[in-house]
Design a protein around this ligand. Structure first.
Ligand SMILES: NC(=O)c1ccc[n+]([C@@H]2O[C@H](COP(=O)([O-])OP(=O)(O)OC[C@H]3O[C@@H](n4cnc5c(N)ncnc54)[C@H](O)[C@@H]3O)[C@@H](O)[C@H]2O)c1
Ligand SMILES: O=C(O)C(=O)C[C@]1(C(=O)O)C=C[C@@H](O)C=C1
Length: 362
């Protein structure tokens, strides 16, 4: 594969284009909003010049409800030999594609399981899909070359292909993406009118739980409209769990010891079930869940500090598996929490302290 067209240069389209340009492909960028395509091009994601003839693969990266119409238009123009999309739901767009009479032999649905709570080309990152699952939903119509082109795209992005039926995909993402989005929004919504003094105490826990509450409402209405029933079923089950949790908390307030014991047992059961579920989430590249340890470094809030820290950690040969930054509300400092392999912790603590960093125990 040498040439690709990306139609829709928002977060996902531009991230994909950046990844493919990095791998030496020629990428042609299009968007209904010319500013979005120009911005993507200025970030190095490809060219806004149209291709001379059909490209090898066109990727439709527009909101789910528009996939069918945009694909039909691309095929009418003969934009590519093969086509895919990246929408977060698969059955609805697939039904639209069929209803609009698109060529389904040269089209395969796809969905990268990576994203951000921000949209638009400026939020794009070339490494967004690195190590992430990327679902492909071929049907009996899909020809082998089209499946192979999609597999090549996924490999070029460093992602892991997972072939699934569209309906099974939609049921799975209801559990691991759509319901979590709504729960994050609901927790954050509790803060809307909360007392300012309470909100000022927000620490890393509530930040972690509410990160995706910053997502684009219009895009999520689109996604949830296409998967509403399955997500509602999951929320029904969650509502039952919530009811039991409330009962257990009320019992904890009871006057008698037996009531308090039963309440504590109920709450402990919820927390243990949470531990068990969380432990099942795979690590990077689908590896078994990995336990990392945190090294917390206090950083002056000034230009270049983060880069200097990352550079020194890299020079020590330690891989940063994840990073979280907590800003102090009171002082011009931040706490950078580096997740690293447990075996690297002692060495990293000592070396960073020797280099003058303030390392905290967590
Ligand atoms: N944001 C995420 O976390 C995420 C993750 C995986 C998949 N997706 C899916 O990727 C797709 C794009 O999402 P995004 O986050 O990049 O959104 P985005 O809002 O950043 O980008 C969408 C782009 O599509 C363009 N567009 C709209 N109508 C168009 C048309 N008719 N022709 C050409 N361009 C058109 C918009 O101008 C916009 O630039 C959606 O289907 C979404 O479900 C999103
Ligand atoms: O990390 C995030 O910000 C996301 O919400 C990404 C996320 C997800 O739920 O994992 C959101 C929707 C997409 O369809 C795929 C990925």
């Amino acid at each position: 594969m040498r040439t690709v067209a990306v139609v829709g240069t928002g977060l996902i389209g531009t991230s994909l284009a950046l990844a493919l340009v990095r791998r030496g492909l020629t990428v042609h960028l299009e968007d209904a909003d010319p500013d979005a395509a120009r911005t993507a091009a200025s970030l190095g994601a490809g060219t806004t010049d149209p291709a001379d003839g059909p490209v090898d693969l066109a990727v439709v990266a527009v909101p789910p409800a528009l996939v069918g119409r945009v694909l039909a238009d691309c095929q009418r123009r003969g934009l590519a030999h093969r086509y895919t999309d990246v929408a977060s739901v698969k059955a609805g767009p697939r039904a639209d594609v069929t209803a609009l009479g698109c060529d389904t032999t040269h089209y395969i649905g796809s969905h990268p399981m990576a994203g951000r709570e921000r949209t638009g080309p400026l939020a794009a990152r070339a490494d967004l899909f690195e190590g992430r699952p990327w679902v492909l939903t071929p049907t009996a119509d899909t020809d082998t070359e089209t499946l192979n082109a999609a597999l090549e795209m996924v490999a070029l992005c460093g992602a892991m292909p997972i072939v699934m039926d569209a309906g099974a995909h939609d049921r799975a993402v209801a559990l691991v993406s759509h319901a979590p989005q709504l729960l994050s929004s609901l927790v954050a919504a509790r803060l809307e009118h909360a007392d300012e003094t309470a909100v000022r105490l927000a620490g890393q826990g509530v930040r972690d739980v509410t990160r995706i509450a910053g997502s684009n409402p219009a895009m999520w209405v689109d996604i949830l409209s296409a998967n509403a029933g399955v997500v509602a079923d999951i929320l029904d089950e969650l509502a039952a769990d919530l009811g039991e949790t409330v009962t257990a908390l009320r019992a904890l307030e009871a006057a008698d010891e037996a009531g308090r014991r039963s309440g504590a047992a109920g709450i402990e059961a919820v927390l243990r079930r949470g531990n068990n579920g969380q432990a099942r989430i795979p690590g990077k590249h689908g590896a078994p869940p990995t336990r990392y340890e945190t090294v917390a470094v206090v950083l002056g809030d000034q230009p270049g500090e983060l880069g200097r820290l990352f550079g020194e950690v890299g020079a020590l040969g330690v891989n940063i598996e994840d990073v979280a930054i907590e800003h102090s509300t009171a002082q011009q400092v931040g706490f950078v929490q580096l997740s690293v392999a447990p075996s690297a912790v002692a060495r990293l603590n000592t070396a960073l302290r020797e280099h003058g960093w303030s390392v905290r125990s967590v």
